[in-house]
Design a protein around this ligand. Structure first.
Ligand code: S3P
Length: 171
């Protein structure tokens, strides 16, 4: 089964996933990038055109197909922070055995995701929610990340390289 990274936006799932896959010399798939490649448009455009629910449907279909892909049996998959919003995605994650929830304080995520970015790159939910609304989302999701993960890692004091090494100790 693949190694799956979950956690809130801006926690470093993509950077850690890439480092981990490189260390282990196995494929790396970033779900958001994969969705953009498949759809031929940015996550922002998908949200703008069909709303969050449309994005969640695509996200579920992509998660399902990645987990069924035998070529990714040994791979690292980094998920989008909202994957736990969808009950079926949570169920798929619970069936896995190497799900790592990367946990950090809200402030760290917020600092990274609220940086001024070009519209295409800025996360759509950050564009339409206040800091307080994002914090509420963060708090609401914590139990969902925990219930779907096999391991919860406090990454507050680790850089991506160290977190990738920590994960390898659990494999
Ligand atoms: C989202 C997180 C994003 C992306 C989309 C929605 C979320 O992924 O999937 O903007 O709801 O938390 P990252 O966690 O990689 O930023």
């Amino acid at each position: 089964m693949p190694i799956i990274l979950t956690g809130f936006m801006g926690v470093g799932k993509t950077t850690v996933g890439r480092a981990l896959a490189e260390d282990l010399a196995i494929p790396f798939v970033d779900m958001d990038t994969y969705i953009e490649e498949q759809a031929g448009k940015s996550i922002s455009d998908i949200f703008a055109e069909g709303g969050e629910s449309h994005f969640r449907q695509i996200e579920l279909a992509v998660l399902k197909s990645l987990l069924q892909n035998p070529d990714l049996n040994q791979a690292v998959i980094s998920t989008g922070g909202g994957v736990v919003e969808t009950a079926e995605c949570r169920q798929l994650l619970k069936e896995q055995d190497q799900v790592f929830y990367m946990q950090d304080v809200f402030e760290t995520s917020w600092r990274r995701i609220s940086r001024h970015n070009p519209a295409k790159v800025q996360r759509p939910l950050v564009k339409v929610n206040t800091r307080e609304e994002m914090l509420a989302k963060y708090n609401r999701r914590i139990p969902l990340y925990i219930e779907t993960a096999n391991f919860t890692l406090d990454v507050q004091k680790s850089n991506a390289f160290q977190t990738a090494k920590t994960i390898q100790r659990y494999l």
